[in-house]
Design a protein around this ligand. Sequence first.
Ligand SMILES: [Fe+2]
Ligand SMILES: [Fe+2]
Ligand SMILES: [Fe+2]
Ligand SMILES: [Fe+2]
Length: 403
Amino acid sequence: MEIDIIGLLSAFSFALDCVEAELIHVTSNHGKRVAYMSVCMAQKMGVSDDALRDLAACALLHDNALTQYINEEFYNDISKAAADEISPRQLGMHCIYGEKNLEKYPFKTDVKNVILYHHEEADGSGPFGKTWTEVPLFARIIHFCDMLDAFCKAQKFDEHVFNKAVHFIEKNRDIRFDGEVTGMFLDAFDKEEFSRLGDEHIEEYFWDRIPCEKSFYSFDILKDLANLFAKIIDYKSEFTSRHSLGVAKTAANISKIMGYDEVTCDKMYLAGALHDVGKIAIGNEILEKPARLTDEEFAKMKNHAGYTYMILSKVDGFEEIRDLAAFHHERLDGSGYPFGKKADELNQLQRIMACADIYQALTEKRPYKDGMSHKKACGILRDMADKNWIDKDITDVICRMED
Ligand SMILES: [Fe+2]
Ligand SMILES: [Fe+2]
Ligand SMILES: [Fe+2]
Ligand SMILES: [Fe+2]
């Protein structure tokens, strides 16, 4: 499949930014700013082409394991993670997971240990006790930008903040940051350039430096990435752990039974893995609220499919996948959300996705309920098909599937 893979990562960094904003109150666009700053600095050193794209990928995904880490260390309690003093050992965990998660990403240059060491301090006081000479340049750049962005915590990157930032950098030279990256930053950023970091067009500036480039990626590579993103989405809320991957498998399976070719089934898998990516933009207080949602909360919750649409719209070459993913709460009679599409606007694959999502949600185990039996779930699906919410033929196929 031909896509612009950095576009896909950039879409995901939006999702990660939402989690990070909730966790450590870093302002949104954090991932993009870190990526943009990193790229500007590296270009000053003559880094270009594949190496620059690989740096951008690492910077966009530097905290790809954040939700996994919160889930495992804090039993998914984001507020607890934010309140706790996080020890260097704990900090190191998301670096280990993060490096491992990207093992199969199609990097073109050697970026070993870049994610692993993105929290190492120049003087060796970081999670793995490495001093700056033992840490790859890209890891040092990302660490620098990550810390600087967290320090600035500002929407505006004006002269006042610039001066404060320079003071922060100088104070930490040879302690947290080595002289080389410090010099690179001062070389790449004056106060005008710095002010662009707060600009709403930051994404465009990023794309000016990393032009969109479509390449062919095999389904296996995309599947690995989609699995990683599904993991990030599902880790966000224990309520839905493994839901995305379940929908991916179910959707691909139904399509196969209905006679679709392999490429189409692969697309269904990808779309299934990504269908709830928009949930990452919804606060956990809504996703995990035990009581009934208020109208306002329910309206916010409904937005998740709209966010999925928005996030996947950013990926050049992903239009079909986006529609397969984002229309999963639409109903044939037009009463679904967020677009209120009707039967004639929903093709069979989009209808399969809607059925797969419902079937998966009913049959999977959640902390507050056991998974429903195949038979019982089919009863509910038939009832929905009778109301003209979902497709009857697809419902029949599901009901004939083995338990
Ligand atoms: Fe991190
Ligand atoms: Fe970060
Ligand atoms: Fe959904
Ligand atoms: Fe779902």
